[in-house]
Design a protein. Structure first.
Length: 302
C-alpha cells in the first residue's frame, strides 16, 4: 500500500468515525467517552476533538479506575484532560469493594478487571449517561465483531448479541426506554494497524507504556507480567528485568507485556506488520474461558 493510499484510507475511516460522534451528540442528551488510557480511547478522544473543534469536546471522559492501573496511565489521563479542558469523571473499583458492591478475588490469578463492570454500570446510572462511547474494534475479538456502531443496553446494562438493530446506509437508531442506554463504537471498522498509522499521521502523544522500556517482569503461562505488588507470584515465578512494551493497556493483573525493541511509532507499525500474535493475545482476562469476553460484555462490560 502506498503512502497516498494509506492517507486516503485513514481519511475515510476518520470521516466515518467523526460522523458517528456527531450523530451521538445529535441523538443523546448525556453521552460520555469511556477512557481507559489505551490507544483506542486516546484516538476516540482525538477524533472527538477534531469533530467539534474549535469548541471543546462536548462529552466528559469516564475512567474506571481499578486501583491496579499503571501509574503511567493515570499520569497520561490527567495530563490529557487538563490539556483539552475536558471534564474527567473517575469511577473507583476500590469504592465498589468498600461498599460491598463487589467482592475482591483472591489467589494467584486474582484480578479486578471483571469487577469494573459493576463500577461502570453504577457510574452510568449515577450520572444519568445515556450513551457511552468506547474504542472497541471489530478486529480485536470475536465478541466485539458482533457489535453494531450503536449497541443497545437494557435497563440492567446488559447486551443481547442476538437482538441488535440493523444499521443500513449509516442510519443509526438511538431510541431507548427510560433506564436504557447505548454503547457507541465509532472506530468499529478500524484495525490495529489503522490505529497506529493514524496516531503516526496525526502525531498524537502516547503513553510511554506503548514504547519499549526496561521493567521488572515475571513469566506466567507463556506471558510476561509486570512484577507489581497487586499480583501475587508463585514461589517458582522469578522476577527478571526485560525490555518490554504494552500492546494493549488495562488492569496490571491481566495486561501481558511484549518483548520488544520498538522505540518509535514507526518501529511499532513495523513490529505489528510482522507479528502473528493477535493484539489481545497477551490479555490474561480473555483466556479464562472461550467466551470470556462475550460473557463480560453481556453483563455490561466495555
Amino acid at each position: 500500500m502506498t503512502n497516498k493510499q494509506t492517507i486516503t484510507h485513514l481519511k475515510e475511516l476518520e470521516s466515518e468515525s467523526i460522523y458517528v460522534l456527531r450523530e451521538v451528540a445529535a441523538q443523546f442528551e448525556r453521552p460520555v467517552i469511556l477512557f481507559s488510557g489505551g490507544k483506542d480511547s486516546i484516538v476516540i478522544t482525538h477524533l472527538a476533538y477534531k469533530a467539534f473543534y474549535p469548541a471543546k469536546i462536548p462529552f466528559p471522559l469516564l475512567h474506571i479506575d481499578t486501583g491496579h492501573n499503571f501509574q503511567e496511565t493515570i499520569n497520561y489521563r490527567d495530563e490529557l484532560a487538563d490539556r483539552l479542558g475536558a471534564e474527567l469523571i473517575v469511577g473507583s473499583v476500590q469504592e465498589s469493594i468498600d461498599q460491598g458492591r463487589v467482592k475482591e478475588e483472591t489467589g494467584y490469578y486474582a484480578s479486578r478487571n471483571k469487577l469494573q463492570t459493576t463500577t461502570l454500570l453504577d457510574t452510568i446510572e449515577r450520572y444519568h449517561f445515556d450513551a457511552a462511547i468506547g474504542g472497541a474494534r471489530r478486529d480485536e475479538e470475536k465478541a466485539r465483531a458482533k457489535e453494531r456502531f450503536f449497541s443497545h443496553r437494557d435497563d440492567f446494562g446488559q447486551w443481547n448479541p442476538k437482538n441488535q438493530r440493523p444499521e443500513l446506509w449509516n442510519i443509526f437508531n438511538g431510541r431507548k426506554a427510560v433506564g436504557e442506554h447505548f454503547r457507541v463504537f465509532p472506530i468499529s471498522n478500524w484495525t490495529e494497524m489503522d490505529v497506529w498509522q493514524y496516531i503516526l499521521q496525526e502525531n498524537i502523544p502516547m503513553p510511554t507504556l506503548y514504547f519499549t522500556h526496561e521493567r521488572q517482569v515475571f513469566e506466567r503461562d507463556g506471558q510476561w507480567l509486570a512484577a507489581e505488588p497487586c499480583i501475587q507470584r508463585k514461589p517458582t515465578e522469578q522476577v527478571v528485568t526485560k525490555q518490554v512494551r504494552c500492546r494493549t493497556i488495562g488492569d496490571i493483573t491481566c495486561t501481558g507485556l511484549t518483548l520488544s525493541k520498538a522505540h518509535t511509532l514507526e518501529d511499532i507499525i513495523e513490529e505489528i506488520a510482522a507479528t502473528r500474535v493477535t493484539e489481545r493475545g497477551g490479555r490474561a482476562d480473555d483466556k479464562r474461558s472461550e467466551t470470556s469476553m462475550e460473557d463480560r460484555k453481556k453483563a455490561g462490560y466495555f
